[in-house]
Design a protein around this ligand. Sequence first.
Ligand code: SF4
Length: 244
Amino acid sequence: MKIPFNPIERAKIVEEIVMEDNKRKYYRFRFAPYYLGIVTADTVGCCFLCAYCWNYFRNLNPEKFGEFYSSEEVSRIMIKIANKKNCTKFRISGAEPILGKNSFYHLLKILDLIKEKFKEFEFIIETNGLILGYYSELIKELRPYKNSIFVRISIKGWDEDSFEKISGADRKYFVYTIEALKKLKENEIVAWPAVMYEIFGENGLRKIKERLRKENIETDIEVEYLEKYSFVEGNLRKRGLFFS
Ligand code: SF4
């Protein structure tokens, strides 16, 4: 895979691979310990290819992994796990849930179906923010769900240069991940940025805080910590990145 790449083009290509009509590829459904317990559907396919992605190989070759599931099938499995675990928190993990309109509407349908079963629930949309920022008109379609959704945007850099190294995507697309955060807040949807501490370090953290302040985005930043799989260090080195 040639780096840097155009992530909008990559999103289109990957969405073609991981979506078939209303069905998307998933490789696992589980109850995960994060967020004090959350029903999780693990999918494949991302518009970025982050050096530290814990699902790097599945996202590099999404055609090789997973099976197609409709929104109805996904929600049925998730609801079953939720009932068994007495849990009303949900998320899609493993890759980027929003690659374009097709995957976006697949996600909305899952939300609708969960809403039919649970009067109150929380759905954490874990995203890199690119598609929501680039096609920001999609954000208003999230408004009817605003009491149940929480959007966590994983920011892949503190500036254009670090973004390109970390995500593999062309530096000029960094701005859209910030734009997503801004537009979600304007639409009164709960959203916050998350950053990887070992990559950002104190310097990167300070710089992203400054950048968000310049953009008039008032927010707390979630700091996450790296799962140091053996391949991660090599990937980071190839991109000229090091642990802070
Ligand atoms: S945005 Fe997330 S899922 Fe996509 S490559 Fe990066 S770490 Fe992996």
